[in-house]
Design a protein around this ligand. Structure first.
Ligand SMILES: Cc1cc2nc3c(=O)[nH]c(=O)nc-3n(C[C@H](O)[C@H](O)[C@H](O)COP(=O)(O)OP(=O)(O)OC[C@H]3O[C@@H](n4cnc5c(N)ncnc54)[C@H](O)[C@@H]3O)c2cc1C
Length: 465
């Protein structure tokens, strides 16, 4: 008679990895990455979390093997890999290394890829070829006045001066803020004239940045140091304009958003897998002597682990599948569309969905895996599952938030893409006329007088300049 295996397990069996998304070279690279995570990154994770320490050494450990330039050409020191592999890399760092480091890596890759989208010899020689040596970049988009609507930088601006620009960037959040070497920042364009869809992007060096890392303290991703940041009308030379003036919305849709949504979805699934690994390892070891059963022998635990695996793998497969679509239209991330054309952006409605799916899943899985590990998991040591729980909670609130994403998807499906109205420019005549119907004659007269005054030119766009 066959007996049920009694051996302990150290985590989820690799048979549950959808490796058919990878080629042989990628499987080898991921084995090396796992080694780096286990020897260089994971040993620092607990300390970085406890002391709010930026994971500089962990990020630098990714340099020599080329991971800091995961999609950059090999001749620049990169790995020349595709979007599927990128998602798998962020998942691996979050699962086997440190989720804070993984999030800094996502923002770094977003900055690097936005420079590559609008590449110039200057960007290639001074920035992109140096990432292998540990040059770290980040994205600074969110604005204190518009919260998670990071595409709407109301408090920031730029003006033309001789030889370049003066830039005001006020950011409410910037991962790696105060620790990165370069910042890809979005502001309104110098000639925006009240049109907030007229955005420009600037590459700003660390020397121009004022950050307040001492203010950073948060529930999770504590090492990612996403504090506020100020560039106070700093001079930015002409060659550090990223793409043409007014290109901000396009480069956001083509690079910043797709790369963030793919990479961060990988992070959320990586945290979920890490929590599943811990739960499997713990519950196959812990025995209740009174009943002679291990925790993993209870059907309720088996149900919870089974559901967590199924839901996480559906999030992963969805992410990898959308990443494959991006690979198809970019020749495996080797080709970028020129200014005026888009490739990845056509998949935004799917990219929104993968982030929603992965971020929703991780929040539930970390809860359930904590329950499986009981009071032992609730303590900080030795399991570390409470760190995975805190880190995973960032998924839902990071912009685009899950509330915004499900509304984007539902609204697009019901009312069409234009109804999203990112920059508050499309008039909802149905709502306006309905409200006006409620006004009495005197109120209508007052409103008409005010509108006529505004139409005569008494209003303006309110430039921060
Ligand atoms: C760990 C971490 C790292 C980050 N790193 C970066 C970074 O590197 N660069 C960067 O630019 N930003 C970064 N951010 C900022 C992030 O993208 C958001 O801008 C930020 O989380 C918004 O916080 P808030 O309090 O202003 O949220 P708010 O925008 O005030 O949101 C509050 C609530 O309102 C909801 N809400 C907002 N708009 C709508 C709407 N239209 N419809 C329905 N509900 C809505 C939200 O979903 C949320 O529930 C980071 C955030 C976190 C948590």
């Amino acid at each position: 008679m066959a007996a049920v295996a009694e051996e302990t397990k150290n985590g989820l069996d690799p048979m549950f990895d959808p490796v058919w998304f990878l080629n042989e070279e990628q499987i080898g690279l991921l084995a090396r990455l796992r080694e780096i995570c286990e020897t260089e990154i994971r040993p620092r994770a607990r300390h970085n979390d406890a002391t709010l320490t930026f994971p500089r050494e962990s990020l630098e450990a990714l340099g020599p093997d080329g991971f800091l330039g995961v999609m950059l050409p090999k001749e620049w020191g990169g790995l020349g890999q595709n979007h599927v592999f990128y998602a798998w890399v962020t998942e691996t760092i979050a699962r086997y290394g440190d989720a804070s480091c993984a999030m800094c890596y996502v923002m770094h890759t977003g900055a690097v890829e936005t420079l590559r989208l609008r590449q110039t010899d200057y960007f290639v020689e001074n920035y992109l070829k140096k990432v292998k040596d540990g040059l770290i970049g980040t994205l600074s988009y969110s604005d204190p006045e518009t919260g998670s609507h990071f595409w709407y930088p109301m408090a920031s601006g730029a003006r033309r001066v001789e030889g370049g620009f003066e830039v005001l960037k006020k950011a409410s959040w910037t991962t790696s803020g105060g620790f990165a070497d370069f910042y890809v920042c979005q502001t309104t364009s110098p000639d925006y004239g009240g049109d907030y869809s007229n955005l420009s992007v600037f590459l700003i060096d660390a020397s121009q940045i004022q950050a307040e890392p001492q203010e950073w303290d948060a529930l999770g991703l504590r090492g990612n140091q996403s504090g506020s940041l100020l560039v106070d009308w700093g001079f930015v030379p002409e060659q550090q304009l990223v793409g043409p003036i007014g290109d901000g919305a396009a480069s956001n849709d083509e690079s910043v958003d797709p790369n963030f949504l793919i990479g961060s979805s990988g992070v959320w699934s990586g945290i979920a897998l890490g929590a599943i690994d811990i739960a499997i390892s713990h519950t196959t070891r812990k025995t209740h002597k009174d009943v002679g059963l291990r925790v993993c022998d209870y059907p309720t635990i088996q149900d919870a682990v089974g559901e967590a695996i199924i839901e996480t793998n559906s999030a992963r497969a969805f992410t990898f599948s959308v990443a494959q679509a991006l690979d198809k239209v970019t020749d495996d991330a080797r080709r970028n569309p020129p200014v005026g054309e888009l490739a990845r952006a056509d998949y935004l409605p799917f990219l929104w969905q993968i982030k929603f799916r992965a971020a929703k899943n991780v929040a539930r899985v970390v809860d359930k895996m904590l329950h499986c590990t009981g009071g032992t998991g609730y303590k900080k040591k030795p399991l570390d599952i409470e760190r995975y729980l805190r880190d995973g909670k960032a998924g839902w609130v990071m912009g685009p938030t899950n509330e915004v994403l499900r509304q984007f998807v539902g609204k697009t499906a019901l009312l069409g893409y234009d109804s999203l109205d990112y920059w508050n420019q499309v008039v909802n005549t149905r709502a306006m006329e309905n409200e006006i119907k409620k006004l009495g004659p005197e109120e209508k007269r007052k409103l008409a007088e005010r509108l006529l005054g505004e139409a005569d030119g008494s209003s303006n766009g309110g430039s921060p300049a």
